[in-house]
Design a protein around this ligand. Structure first.
Ligand code: SAH
Ligand code: SF4
Ligand code: F3S
Length: 440
């Protein structure tokens, strides 16, 4: 009998880290671990870290500082650092934080059970390899830790694009696609467990080119095959690169009803000069052309994006080009950030924009994006939409779900169940969500 132990995982960063945290929890199941949401009752605490923007490493060290009293109260408590900061910092973490017992990068979490055993035997292992073997093939067939009607499924990992600002190619490694047959099997298993919506994940998900039974499958082919699974109602994918938006994927948006009308397609900047300096390898006009073709295929497509302001060399005129692009597209929702130099990336060597100027530009961009989000949400009021309910809301009898356009929708109706898809008439738009009532 393995000893019963508690695992607490704190997850930072992107959706892939959320997926990875679940896989780590599953990997540790056979070693007797079950997940707890109370760090003070844990035998093992894992921080699954993100390195994408400023002071990420510093945040991890201060979080580790906050864990000190727990370790003092329970000398048996073990602490591990996983994810992208672990990959970037490696051994350095053990040197700077004596309370850390293990460090593992995103590609080695199938080795976590062996590392945990080594820790119990007194070692302080560090594993930031990019191993030959596929970690997914080496994970135990453990019961899933999450019971929800929506799930993530990593189909592609890593990136070969090397945008000048970005750490992902270094922390996640080269672009790898998982075999299509495995993904179909994993998706069927999720659906058998009650999942109705799957979001396909990848740092460059639309570059997916996995081995299929009859040759290499594109993301569009994978989506079409997944759509044949009975009981799977909704398919999404994120994050995409404009240069990998193929004709068949654009067509799928018009042809495949299970593919949801929402697309996160980051452009980063509207200035060709800045895009070139970022090594994005696409121009603003090409991006706008892409949006036009996507909307021709699926007129109600809701667009989301990412923007970086204050990239080294960005002038006021460059920034105005970004605002112009945003106006031309009309986003339903978007993320925007001040540029943050990441050690080891090409742009980190360049002279930056004055931080005050960058902050002021970010405010202007965010004001415009917020206005567009409000307008997109207001346009839903009075409309009838399909909502997949995911969890209870804060009020009695209230449930929260997502519309096809990924709007959070609150409905107060005691007859609703988690996992149900209901027709809802939208009656109200709040800053980050909608509210409505079930249509009989
Ligand atoms: N693979 C995705 C993005 C992954 S990172 C893509 O190619 O679009 C998520 C977002 O973080 C990026 O789109 C970018 O807007 C932002 N980001 C990445 N590195 C950054 C940096 N050094 N400073 C500020 N924002 C950054
Ligand atoms: Fe980073 Fe995305 Fe560029 Fe890859 S394509 S380097 S993940 S921003
Ligand atoms: Fe962060 Fe790594 Fe994801 S740096 S955004 S956790 S790929």
């Amino acid at each position: 009998m393995t000893e019963a132990r508690k695992l607490y995982i704190k997850t930072y960063g992107c959706q892939m880290n959320v997926y990875d945290s679940e896989r780590m929890a599953e990997a540790l199941g056979p070693a007797g671990y079950t997940v707890t949401d109370r760090p003070e009752s844990a035998d093992l605490i894992l921080l699954n870290t993100c390195h994408i923007r400023e002071k990420a490493a510093e945040k991890v060290y201060s979080e580790l500082g906050r864990l000190k009293p727990l370790k003092a109260a329970n000398p048996e408590l073990k602490i591990g650092v996983a994810g992208c900061v672990a990959q970037a910092e490696g051994e350095e973490i053990l040197a700077r934080a004596p309370l850390v017992d293990l460090v593992l990068g995103p590609q080695t979490y199938h080795r976590l059970p062996a590392m945990e055993a080594a820790v119990r035997a007194g070692a302080r292992p560090v594993d930031t390899d990019f191993p030959q073997e596929d970690k997914f093939e080496h994970l135990p067939k453990a019961p899933r830790t999450r019971r929800a009607p929506t799930a993530f499924l990593t189909v592609q990992e890593g990136c070969d694009k090397f945008c000048a600002f970005c750490v992902v190619p270094y922390t996640r490694g080269a672009e790898v696609s998982r075999p299509a047959g495995r993904l179909l099997a994993e998706a069927r298993d999720l659906v058998a467990r009650g999942v109705r919506e799957i979001t396909l994940l990848g740092q460059n998900v639309n570059a997916y080119h996995g081995d299929g039974p009859d040759g290499v499958w594109s993301l569009a082919r994978l989506i079409r095959e997944l759509a044949r699974i009975d009981g799977l109602e909704r398919i999404r994918y994120t994050t995409s690169h404009p240069n990998d938006m193929s004709d068949d994927l654009i067509a799928a948006h018009g042809q495949e009803p299970k593919l949801m009308p929402y697309l996160h397609l980051p452009v980063q900047s509207g200035s060709d000069r800045v895009l070139k300096a970022m090594n994005r390898k696409h121009k603003a006009a090409a991006y706008l052309g892409l949006i036009e073709r996507l909307r021709a295929a699926r007129p109600d497509l809701l667009l989301s994006g990412d923007f970086i302001v204050g990239f080294p060399g960005e002038t006021e005129a460059d920034f105005e080009d970004t605002l112009a692009l945003v106006r031309a597209v009309g986003y339903g929702q978007a993320y925007s950030f001040c540029y943050s130099p990441r050690p080891g990336t090409p742009a980190a060597e360049r002279a930056g924009v004055d931080p005050e100027v960058a902050r002021e530009r970010l405010h202007r961009l965010q004001a415009l994006l917020t206005e567009q989000q409000r307008a997109a949400q207001a346009a839903m009021v009075g409309r009838e939409v399909a909502v997949l309910f995911e969890k209870p809301g804060r009020l009695a009898g209230q449930m929260v779900g997502k519309s096809e356009h990924l709007h959070a929708v609150h409905v107060t109706d005691p007859t609703l169940a988690i996992g149900q898809i209901a027709r809802v008439e939208i009656t109200e738009s709040a800053p980050n969500s909608l509210a409505g009532r079930v249509v009989a």
